[in-house]
Ligand binder design. Sequence first.
Ligand SMILES: Nc1ncnc2c1ncn2[C@@H]1O[C@H](COP(=O)(O)OP(=O)(O)OP(=O)(O)O)[C@@H](O)[C@H]1O
Length: 308
Amino acid sequence: MIKLVNLTKKYGSKTAVDHLDLVLTPGAVTGFLGPNGSGKSTTMKMIISLVRPTLGEVVVDGKAYRDFPEPIKRIGTLIDPSALDKNLTAKQHLSIIATAANINPQQVEEMLRVTGLENAQNKKVKSYSLGMKQRLGIATALLGNPDTVILDEPFNGMDVDGIKWLRGLFKQLAKSGKSVLVSSHLMSEIQAVADRVVIIGQGKLLAHMTMDELKRRSLSSFIYVEANNLEKIKRVLLEKQAIVQHRKAGLEVRNLDAKEIGELALENQIVLHELTKVTPSLEDVFTEITDGKADYISKEVNMDETLN
Ligand SMILES: Nc1ncnc2c1ncn2[C@@H]1O[C@H](COP(=O)(O)OP(=O)(O)OP(=O)(O)O)[C@@H](O)[C@H]1O
């Protein structure tokens, strides 16, 4: 089990990770989200002892990652595919690591097969596209059959086929009981693959819950109601402490569920024309949670001013 306890990293006066407490869930894909510069990579690097915490610790099955004789059998990581040795082939790269960590050479063949690199295994990494480097990084992460897999932006550079393959792979890894922590800026990919989400902002934990919980708690979810007498249903709903706003030809209702609204309509002889549960996208919820918690905020460009 991986436990982050009061994990903190300061670079000079900048606090990159701020008193983070977190336990990674086995058997689940956890999406790791946060605006640019919010501390995701630093957190991942601290988990595998690449960066030393200023305060706090990461406990891996009772000890620190660096204290395991063959740590890649505990945690497999893909942090920076550009760090791969460019003059080695994929096969050489994996074989060196397998020998050092006492891993059966057959596992090298298996990882080349699983990641679709069989045909490119004897080509040097310098001839690889970003997607192929990502595949090799993933092969390296999985080589020691670790219980935990940590991947920083694995979808970067992946083509449609690669993205589909990754989704299936993550689900399969979680099904086999592993903890999978995946950071990505592609909300749609995290939405498609994650069971849980951790959101950080300015190094602080903002949310850690299942995708369903996250959507349920979101202010962006509501029930959309249209009725034959909108003013009457509005009055009835407000009496029951609902939060009601006009939207298009109907009402956005929060604080009551669809069943309660349906029953209230019936009791008050109101005919409902529409009763729809509107659930937000992960992007909506992310924006809601991280609002004001980003270091770098894009501004709209005024093209007239830019051109003059
Ligand atoms: N080696 C370093 N020296 C100084 N500051 C650093 C260093 N590494 C990271 N930082 C700073 O720490 C903060 C967190 O950076 P980090 O890369 O962990 O964020 P991130 O969430 O992974 O960002 P992104 O989504 O843009 O990849 C940033 O302000 C970054 O500039």
